[in-house]
Design a protein. Structure first.
Length: 210
């Protein structure tokens, strides 16, 4: 991996991640249509990691545009390459947008356990295993309803971020670094309010389709 990335590389990377997340969700639906429930659930979860890549790359793009000399590339690559970090990123983003977290330090303390459970489920969707004196294949562990729920939630996540991209971030691709610095003035609280509104609408639409 390179030690640093250019503005253009970050722009390209974030859009590729968003496109791949959409492809993974479509492929998960095809698998479920053919009763490959476990693999459908697996791809739905992996699509969340691709969406986390999109968030990480977009965040880096903004930070590099504003303060190129102080950006922590080592931390960026650790987050980008780690499955757990990507899972943590997408979960935290969802929760921050959709819920009011009263005790944020406690939430952060509990997040690793949630991520660990999801990682266990992801592995179980791929490999046979020995559990409680019995061997199990992934198809024994995951129902069609579980796969359907995973795909529905993945669509909601994708809908949220693609709508934010369409409404607010697509203009980034045509901006110079100077224009990015001048244009990134929206407050974090305002963006959170907007994103939360979009998320509720998008996840609601996904639920309506079921």
């Amino acid at each position: 991996m390179p030690s640093t990335l250019t503005i253009e590389q970050l722009k390209e990377g974030r859009l590729k991640a968003l496109q791949n997340a959409e492809s993974l969700i479509r492929e998960a639906s095809i698998l479920l249509d053919n009763d490959y429930r476990a693999r459908a659930l697996f791809l739905s979860q992996v699509s969340g990691e691709e969406l986390a890549k999109y968030v990480i790359l977009t965040s880096a793009l903004v930070e590099v545009a504003l303060n190129p000399d102080s950006f922590n590339w080592r931390k960026f690559w650790r987050r980008y390459l780690s499955h757990k970090e990507k899972c943590r990123t997408i979960l935290a983003l969802e929760d921050l947008m959709l819920t009011e977290i009263d005790d944020f330090p406690a939430y952060l303390r509990n997040l690793p356990e949630i991520v660990s459970d999801l990682e266990t489920g992801r592995q179980a969707a791929l490999y046979s295993d020995y559990i409680d004196n019995h061997f199990f294949a992934p198809t024994d562990l995951f129902s069609a309803k579980m796969a359907e729920d995973a795909i529905r939630w993945a669509r909601g996540r994708f809908g949220l971020l693609s709508e934010i991209e369409r409404r607010y971030l697509i203009k980034i691709d045509g901006m110079t670094q100077k224009q990015l610095r001048e244009g990134l003035t929206r407050s974090a609280e305002d963006l959170r309010r907007i994103a939360g509104d979009i998320a509720l609408k998008q996840i609601g639409r996904s639920c309506d389709k079921t």
